[in-house]
Structures are given as C-alpha cells and as structure tokens.
Write a protein that binds this ligand. Structure first.
Ligand SMILES: Nc1ncnc2c1ncn2[C@@H]1O[C@H](COP(=O)(O)OP(=O)(O)OP(=O)(O)O)[C@@H](O)[C@H]1O
Length: 359
C-alpha cells in the first residue's frame, strides 16, 4: 500500500512561498489538523466486496479549503463517512489511518468517536431534513448539540444558539429558535446545519454536497457563507461537490477522485490552469455557462466507471482514457501516485505538467 499520494499543502510557490490559489491569510498558519493515510473502506455486499475507498491519503491544514470532486459512485461520500466513523452497514474501514489533531480515529469505539464527532469535526450533509429531527424545535436540537460537548447551562446554550443562528443569517433568531425544521426554507435549514456544525468550534468542517437540493442562487449563498465562517473561525473545510465552479471560486486545493482513489491532488488554481491527469482534463473539458461564464456541474464523460467490486490490474481509467486505450502498460500496471514538478500528485503513468508531453 502506498502512502505517497498525500498532497503536501500548501506546496510552496517559488516566487511567493504561497500555494497557487491560496490566499496569503489562509496559508499563514500551516499546522496539520487532519492527516489521512492509506484509507481503505469496503462494503461487503451479497454480490461481492465493493472497494469504495482505496488507499486515500491527504493532509488537511488549518484554514485550508479542500475540495473532493468526482463523478457519482467514485467514493466521495464513503470517504466523508469514513473520516467521521459513520460508514453505514455493510461498510467498514478496513485499512489506514485518520488522525484528527493527532488522535487516531480508526478503531475508536462508538463512544470515542461520538466524543470527537460534532466537537472537533463538524458535519454539513446533503439533506438537512434527514439531519434534523422533525419532531423537535430547532432550539432544542441546537441546545442538545452544544450541551453534549460543552458544560454550559440550557440558558447559556440557548443564547449561543441564537447568536450562531444570527451569524448565519437567520433573522429574528430569538423567535425562530422555537420553530420546527419544516417551518424553515431549504436554504435556511442548511444555514441552521452550518450553525450547528460550527457550534462546538471544530477544527474541521466536512460538507458533503450540502446544497444539491437548493436553487443555484441559494446554493452559492450557502456555500459562500460556509467558506466565510470557516475562514473567520480558523476551521479547515472539506467540500465534497459535483460542481467545478465551487471548487474554482471557493477552494484552495482539490482532490479528483476516480474509482475510490485520488487520481490528482493539486491546488485549485493549478487544476483549472493545467490539469495533469487525463480524467481531470476530461472533467475540465466542460461547458461554461455563457450567461455567467462560470463552470458548472461535472460533465458526463463517455464510457462508465469500473465495477468497484472487481480488482482489475492496470489503470481503472484506461478504457475511457485517450492515452490509456492504446497503451499496454495502462491495461496491465496500476499507476502509483507520483509528484510532478508543479507539486501536483497524480496516479497516471503518462501524465505530465508539461503541455503536450503526456505520451
Ligand atoms: N450502503 C452501501 N452498500 C453497498 N455499497 C455501497 C453503499 N454505499 C455506497 N456503496 C458503494 O460505494 C461506492 C461509492 O459510493 P459513494 O456513495 O461514496 O459515491 P459518491 O462519489 O459519493 O457518489 P455520489 O456523488 O452519487 O454521492 C459505490 O460503488 C456505491 O455503490
């Protein structure tokens, strides 16, 4: 198992010492908050073992905004769940290490994980209705979230909740805290989840496609808010998304995931300026909306991803790859991750950061 695909962040830029695409402010404090090494997650199903996450490694630094992109079924949610000990049955983390502020999470029992989840690591998931209890007021859920991890009175927790709701843009929070989730709009529910995710001042916030159900304008507002709040508080942010526009606008670094593996890890700016992996290039070859000149959702790439229950030799992207289709090596030898001169880390025998020098 290789552990060499951890993207060292921020990769120093020769001229400024700052990673491309990283604001000076966010790059100043470089402590690692989340260190993932060789993570493997499998689902044991009746039709075989689905290898959803394979040998994933990365370092996440304080204040870093890291994106994970990839088409449906590439393992993004399985990875997010693995980071917080929430892999659903019949799934299991079967290898590797996840260290949050130096504490190993893999192998912790439920009580140990629960002490960390919601406190040191905050979660914002796709569907706020599933994350919120429809039978309890926002206030009672919020107070519970705070008091599980902080030794404060109900009154103090309620005050904190009101302040946080105000911070995320819930107007008249003192009154609205007594409302039930269904009395909030979709965008407002996501704001509530953001407020809850940061309530215990976590080092890391993980957001798994938090805006899929929202209209485009509300999506942008919610994600801007999430990024801004994490910045202000010094939280690192992992954003899982299908939307390249979000990566370009909000993220410092990006991991492109394919068939359970990171195939390219680089700065967001470098991905858009010079994608190195053929899969990243195919993704970047997307239509730009002429009205906004912004990139949007991931494009459909011809062909299908491989069956994750079959461990074929060779590169999993070979059959869809303009280089790999004709290269015998791509069919027989799995590419290990390797660093290019630019600092990007790729899993491809032929990727190069010199344009035109791929094959
Ligand atoms: N509960 C489960 N049981 C069996 N297999 C699962 C389960 N959850 C996920 N998988 C499998 O794990 C692989 C990765 O799925 P995952 O949901 O992580 O992909 P994803 O990249 O998040 O997709 P999407 O963008 O559609 O959410 C898929 O092959 C999926 O079928």
């Amino acid at each position: 198992m290789s552990h060499t695909n951890a993207l060292s962040f921020p990769p120093p830029s020769p001229s400024t010492g700052t990673a491309p695409g990283v604001s000076q402010d966010r790059s100043q404090d470089r402590g690692v908050v989340l260190q993932v090494k060789g993570l493997v997650t499998d689902f044991n199903t009746a039709s075989g073992t689905v290898h959803a996450v394979r040998d994933v490694s990365f370092d996440l630094h304080k204040r870093q905004r890291m994106a994970i992109v990839g088409e449906s079924g590439s393992g993004k949610s399985a990875l997010a769940m693995s980071l917080v000990g929430l892999v659903p049955q019949p799934g299991r983390v079967t290898g590797g290490s996840v260290k949050l502020n130096g504490t190993e999470m893999v192998g912790l029992d439920d009580a140990g994980i629960s002490r960390i989840r919601g406190k040191d690591i905050g979660l914002v998931f796709q569907d706020p209705m599933a994350a919120l209890d429809p039978l309890k007021t926002i206030g009672s859920q919020f107070v519970e979230t705070i008091r599980v991890h902080q030794d404060v009175s109900v009154k103090a927790a309620r005050k904190m909740a009101c302040d946080l709701l105000g911070e995320v843009g819930v107007t008249d929070a003192k009154r609205r805290i007594a409302d039930y989730p269904h009395q909030y709009s979709g965008g407002m529910r996501q704001r509530v989840l953001i407020a809850m995710a940061i309530a215990n001042d976590p080092s890391v916030v993980i957001a798994d496609e938090p805006t899929t159900a929202l209209d485009v304008t509300t999506q942008a507002q919610v994600l801007d808010l999430l990024a801004k709040i994490c910045d202000e508080r010094g939280n690192a942010l992992v954003m899982i998304t299908h939307n390249l526009g979000i990566v370009e606008e909000l993220c410092d670094s990006v991991n492109v995931m394919y068939a359970g593996r990171f195939v390219e890890s680089t700065s967001a700016r470098a991905l858009f300026e010079s994608p190195a992996h053929p899969y990243s290039k195919a993704l970047l070859n997307c239509v730009i909306d002429p009205a906004t000149t912004k990139r949007g959702a991931l494009p459909a790439i011809p062909g299908s991803p491989p069956d994750l229950s079959i461990d074929e030799p060779g590169c999993p992207f070979a059959a869809r790859c303009p280089i790999g289709r004709d290269e015998p090596r791509c069919a027989t030898e799995r590419p290990e991750s390797r660093a290019l001169a630019s600092g990007a880390v790729v899993r491809c025998h032929f990727a190069s950061d010199i344009p035109g020098d791929e094959a």
